[in-house]
Write a protein that binds this ligand. Structure first.
Ligand code: PPS
Length: 297
């Protein structure tokens, strides 16, 4: 490292309305929460590491009729916006980026439903939520926090699982996040997707998204979109795999952004004791909600 290069320290987590957010995001959150979308904007919400990039890529391709050139026009982080992004994680903040995009804009957020800007509900924007089973989400988040230098250090796997179970990670509790959107899905016309369903039958889920967005594409185009958005193809696509992202933010020599893309990797990480304790706690927190998560296919 040259003398002039400096390493930006890992951020602290700051509570915002009871939700922990990285300090660089929390500092401008009032402006984010006041954001006013266009009615044609599409919101893609997810707890971190649940498949939001995959869903975003599918939606962008659906909006562009599966045209390969259109979808390779720029990296996904340029084609679509990350609502609460700060200039620490993107060249410009999500709000500045949104000013440059033309509606219908594809807008990703990790915010829990109770702090999503009310404009999305007032304007009746299409909202897609993607949820992933807790254990695989935790594993993916653990690797991501190692390579994502704009988030706090994950610590040991053991301590990370503890933090996951107690809502002490960026964007708060996974349990409250998935339940919050689940409970409101009918009232607010939210399309609630599962990562595991997308893995099991991607065509069916792409068609569900298409219909929800009131689009009608040919069978051939749908097939192409399914093919272009497989894990393998997105991993190899420089416009989808974050390879152009600065290594001072995502250090992909530690762990790839497109890491494994499977259901059930948790079995390689949870010890039998950790799994049993996790399941017991999960049962208490999730029993009432009855959300049909799958932890294997
Ligand atoms: S982020 O950083 O919170 O926005 O991450 P997010 O995109 O929500 O989730 C990242 C995980 O999704 C996997 N992924 C995919 N899986 C299957 N198919 C496709 N096309 C795909 N694209 C991304 C990605 O690899 C992360 O999961 P892990 O388990 O870490 O591999």
């Amino acid at each position: 490292m040259s003398e002039k290069q400096t390493v930006t320290p890992r951020p602290l987590l700051v509570p915002v309305q009871g939700i922990l957010l990285p300090d660089h995001i929390a500092k401008d959150i009032d402006a984010v929460l006041a954001f006013c979308p266009h009615p044609s904007d599409i919101l893609i919400a997810a707890y971190p590491k649940s498949g939001s990039t995959w869903t975003t890529e599918i939606v962008d391709q659906l909006l562009h009729n599966g045209d390969v050139e259109s979808c390779r026009r720029a990296p996904i982080t340029v084609r679509t916006a990350f609502l609460e992004a700060s200039e620490r994680v993107r060249p410009k903040s999500g709000l500045l980026h949104l000013k440059e995009l033309v509606p219908p804009r594809v807008i990703k957020t990790h915010l829990p439903i109770q702090i999503v800007p009310v404009g999305f509900w007032e304007k009746k924007c299409k909202t897609i939520y993607v949820a992933r089973n807790a254990k695989d989400t935790a594993v993916s988040f653990y690797y991501f926090q190692q390579m994502n230098l704009s988030s706090p250090e994950p610590g040991s796997w053991e301590s990370f699982v503890h933090k996951f179970m107690h809502g002490q990670l960026p964007w708060g509790s996974w349990y409250d996040h998935v339940k919050g959107y689940w409970e409101e899905r009918e009232k607010r016309d939210i399309l609630y997707l599962f990562y595991e369903d997308m893995k099991e039958n991607p065509r069916r889920e792409v068609e569900r998204i298409m219909k929800y967005l009131d689009l009608s594409l040919s069978d051939d185009v749908i097939s192409r979109i399914v093919e272009l958005t497989t894990f393998k193809n997105m991993k190899e696509n420089p416009m989808a795999n974050f390879s152009s992202f600065p290594s001072e933010i995502y250090n992909q020599s530690i762990s790839k952004f497109m890491r494994k893309g499977v259901v059930g990797d948790w079995k390689n990480h949870f010890t039998p004791e950790q799994s049993a304790a996790f399941d017991e706690d999960y049962e208490k927190k999730m029993k009432q909600a009855n959300i049909p998560f799958k932890t294997e296919l």
